[in-house]
Design a protein around this ligand. Structure first.
Ligand code: PHB
Length: 366
C-alpha cells in the first residue's frame, strides 16, 4: 500500500515523499528581496518532498503585504538563488508560488501609491499587513480600481516573466496562485468580478485570465514544472462565488490538457474549518472531472491535515498532502510524522515579520 513516505514524481519533479510544505507568508524579505536567513529556513525544511515558497509577487503591482518577496528584479532573483542552492544542497525540491494579490493590497505598497487593481472596483473587506518600526500592523485594504481590458496582457506577461525568472533562480518549478481571494481568484468568482467584457459574466469568461496565465507559464517553462493552487469555497479575503461547483469543474477541465505537475486544492476555509455548512463542495467530484478530462497531474490536498487524516487521504487516492502551520514549528516534520510526533506548537506572535526568532530556531528531534 502507498504511504505518505513513498516517493512520487510530479511532472518533471522527483519527490522523496508525498509531504509538501504549503506556502506560508512570513514577511521577512525587506524590500521584497530574499535573504540568507530565508535560505536557512527553507533548507531546514528540505526533507519535505516538496517545498512551496511563501507567495511571491510577480510584479510590484502584485504585492499586497509588507516585506513579502518578489520575483521581478535582479536582486530578488539573486536572493532566491541563495535559497534554491541551500535547499538543493540539503537534498530538497522547491517551487515558488507566483502571486498577484489584486485588490488585497494597500496604496502604501503600490507603485506610486496608486490604488490596488481588481477585476471590478469592489473593495475586499479584509486586512493586509504593513510594518511600522518593524512590527506588523493589520490595516484595511484600500479601495481598488477596475483593470482596463488593455492592461490584462501585461499581467499575463508578468506571470510569464516571473516563471522564467523562477527557473533562472534555480527553482524546480512554480505554483500559480489562483486561490485565497487574490487576483486570479477574484476574476474567477462572482462576488469580486462584475465585468461585462470578455473577462466577466459567464464561467468561461471569468476563467479566461487564469487560462491565459496558465498557457503563458506552461509555454515558458513547461507543464511538468507548473502547479496550480485553487480554493473553491474559502472565504479568505472576502471572496465568494455564487455557484462554485460548475465553475471549478470548468477550470479543471480546462487545466487537464496542460500536462501540469500538480493541482493543489485547499479544502474548506484556508487555515480554518474543512467543511463549511453554507458553502458545500464535492472535492471527489472535482478530481473525477479532472481525471475524466484526461488530467494526469498529481492531486495535492491541503488544509488542516494531521497524520491520520493524511494517511486516509493517501489511501483514498490523494497523491501529495500539503501541511502548513505544522512546518512553521517543526522543520523536521517529515521525521516527526514518521515516528508519530511529538510536534512543537507554533508561536503566532512570530508568524509575520521579525528575524530568526520563531523562524529558524524551532528544535528538531534529538
Ligand atoms: C497571507 O499573507 O495572509 C496570505 C498569503 C497567501 C495566501 C493566504 C494568506 O494564500
Amino acid at each position: 500500500m502507498t504511504t505518505l513516505f513513498d516517493p512520487i514524481t510530479v511532472g518533471d519533479i522527483a519527490l522523496s515523499n508525498r509531504i509538501a510544505m504549503a506556502p506560508l507568508t512570513r514577511n521577512r524579505a525587506p524590500n521584497a528581496v530574499p535573504t540568507p536567513l530565508m535560505a536557512t529556513y527553507y533548507a531546514q525544511r528540505a526533507t519535505a518532498g516538496l517545498l512551496i515558497t511563501e507567495a511571491t509577487a510577480i510584479s510590484h503591482q502584485g504585492q499586497g503585504y509588507a516585506d513579502v518577496p518578489g520575483l521581478y528584479a535582479p536582486e530578488q532573483i539573486a536572493g532566491w538563488k541563495g535559497v534554491t542552492a541551500a535547499v538543493h544542497q540539503a537534498g530538497g525540491r522547491i517551487v515558488t508560488q507566483l502571486w498577484h494579490v489584486g485588490r488585497v493590497s494597500h496604496t502604501e505598497l503600490q507603485p506610486g501609491q496608486g490604488a490596488p487593481v481588481a477585476p471590478s472596483a469592489i473593495r475586499a473587506h479584509t486586512k493586509t499587513v504593513l510594518l511600522k518600526d518593524g512590527a506588523p500592523v493589520f490595516v484595511d485594504t484600500s479601495e481598488p480600481r477596475a483593470l482596463d481590458i488593455a492592461e490584462l496582457p501585461g499581467i499575463v506577461e508578468d506571470y510569464r516573466r516571473a516563471a522564467l525568472a523562477a527557473i533562472e533562480a534555480g527553482f524546480d518549478g512554480v505554483e500559480i496562485h489562483a486561490a485565497n481571494g487574490y487576483l486570479l481568484d477574484q476574476f474567477l468568482k462572482t462576488g469580486s468580478n462584475q465585468r461585462t467584457d470578455a473577462y466577466g459574466g459567464s464561467i468561461e469568461n471569468r476563467a479566461r485570465l487564469l487560462m491565459e496565465v496558465v498557457a503563458a507559464v506552461v509555454g515558458a517553462i513547461g507543464g511538468g514544472r507548473t502547479g496550480i493552487r485553487l480554493s473553491p469555497v474559502t472565504p479568505a479575503n472576502d471572496i465568494i462565488d455564487a455557484d462554485p461547483q460548475p465553475l471549478f469543474t470548468h477550470v479543471v477541465q480546462q487545466l487537464a490538457p496542460h500536462g501540469l505537475a500538480y493541482v493543489h486544492v485547499i479544502e474548506g476555509a484556508t487555515g480554518g474549518p474543512r467543511e463549511l455548512a453554507d458553502r458545500p463542495f464535492d472535492y471527489a467530484a472535482l478530481k473525477a472531472a479532472y481525471r475524466a478530462a484526461g488530467g494526469k497531474a498529481a492531486w495535492m490536498v491541503n488544509n488542516g491535515y494531521d497524520l491520520a487524516l493524511a494517511n486516509q487521504a493517501v489511501a483514498d487516492g490523494a497523491d501529495v498532502v500539503a501541511f502548513g502551520r505544522p512546518f512553521i514549528s517543526n522543520p523536521d516534520l517529515v521525521q516527526r510524522l514518521r515516528v508519530g510526533g511529538p510536534f512543537n506548537e507554533p508561536d503566532r506572535n512570530t508568524f509575520y515579520g521579525g528575524g530568526a526568532q520563531g523562524y529558524t530556531d524551532y528544535p528538531v528531534l534529538g
